[in-house]
Design a protein around this ligand. Sequence first.
Ligand code: GLU
Length: 463
Amino acid sequence: MKKVVTRFAPSPTGYLHIGGLRTALYNYLYARKNGGKFLLRIEDTDLKRNSLEATKAILEAFKWCGLDYDSEVLYQSQRFDIYKKYIQKLLDEGKAYYCYMSKDELDMLRASQEAAKQRPRYDGRYRDFKGEAPKGVDPVVRIKAPLSGEIAFDDGIKGRVCFKADDIVDDFVIARSDGSPTYNFTVVVDDALMGVSDVIRGDDHLSNTPKQIILYEALGFAVPKFYHVAMIHSQSGKKLSKRDGATDVMEYKTMGILPEALLNFLVRLGWSHGDDEIFSIQDLKRLFSPKHISKSASSCDFKKLDWLNEHYIKTLPFETLKAHLKNLGFDLDAIKNAEFLLDMLRSRAKTLLDIINSAKDIINQPQSYDEKGIKKFINENSGKILEKYSQCIEEKKNAAEYESFTNEFLAQNKLVLKDLAQPLRLAITGKSVSPSIFELLEFLGVEELRARIKNFLAFLAKI
Ligand code: GLU
């Protein structure tokens, strides 16, 4: 069986885009499914456009998502010597050549081709040049690309893809006049040296692939299997933009979305397994296959992400959820009965922020009371009822016992639940919406309840 090695190769020009994360995820899953390796390579050769912050942001997003990669991260900016060696090799073997065409000459050629409605392309004038090198021009290095025939490959998603050599490629530049290697060249050298067997990437790279195949062949490297994944579109069928929703992976963290939900959401944008919607990362490591990646662009319905987020908030183990909350700056370790608190909140939360906000309302004594709630639920009897309830109530074992005590209390005092429940909720949390008051009582205990009722009565006395 072949050894599967995949990679994700972002250019650090900004944050990690959700489309990039989907590509990374597919590569990750394919490697894990096959017991192979998943490597990370930072394509930071463009010193003007790349930044250290962007690299950090990408690594941080990987960490947040829990996508673990094998080996050290590889940085292209540290590999210029290697690229130089391979450029020299191609020059020595006559597979590449120096081109001394000046910028003015190139511009003139372009202009005449455009005027003749031809595709702008290099005309090969230095391909077989044997004379004296012109002075004053720092040459670029060009590859000798095939002049005719086809460059074809079997794409794992699109099927057979053919490019006519004279249509698509000319003798493209592999090293600029300052000696720096170009994008397609570094990708090929690195993928080959890293032993990459399968390249899953966005189909915006499809036009690079024939060029890369030419380079693999010239360098004598095995060509990997390619899979070009269709883009993610907005629901209106356009390129996904910030207007449709956040595109920065880490923005989802600050929105209180779980990485489990985001990964589940992204994997389904273009891949399917029957009609199933919910996939844990463990499931995916077992089930994923590029065979089931769709040929057509997938449309991004963020409502589904919310739905998945609610699902994972409800179902993740306590420890996992606790770790995610800690990552957002909310530490449950300091809280007594934290698991009970979380169970109370997770059934109604849509995001981790909902959990944090409601938890704070419960843990801390209210500093203010919901005005609308006061108007709607408080009448001249509320204070007296709360006072009496506070005097009668005793410590109980659990929510069910608090509930039966409360029912007895209501019956004895000829009251209905409405007379007590909302005023009590306001006294405890300051809000008109909260988890069950009986669960709140179990969590807080009678002493804390009495203190909160006392504060609330003092507040009511003032209005
Ligand atoms: N660095 C390229 C990008 O960020 C990816 C190269 C590749 O996957 O081959 O789009």
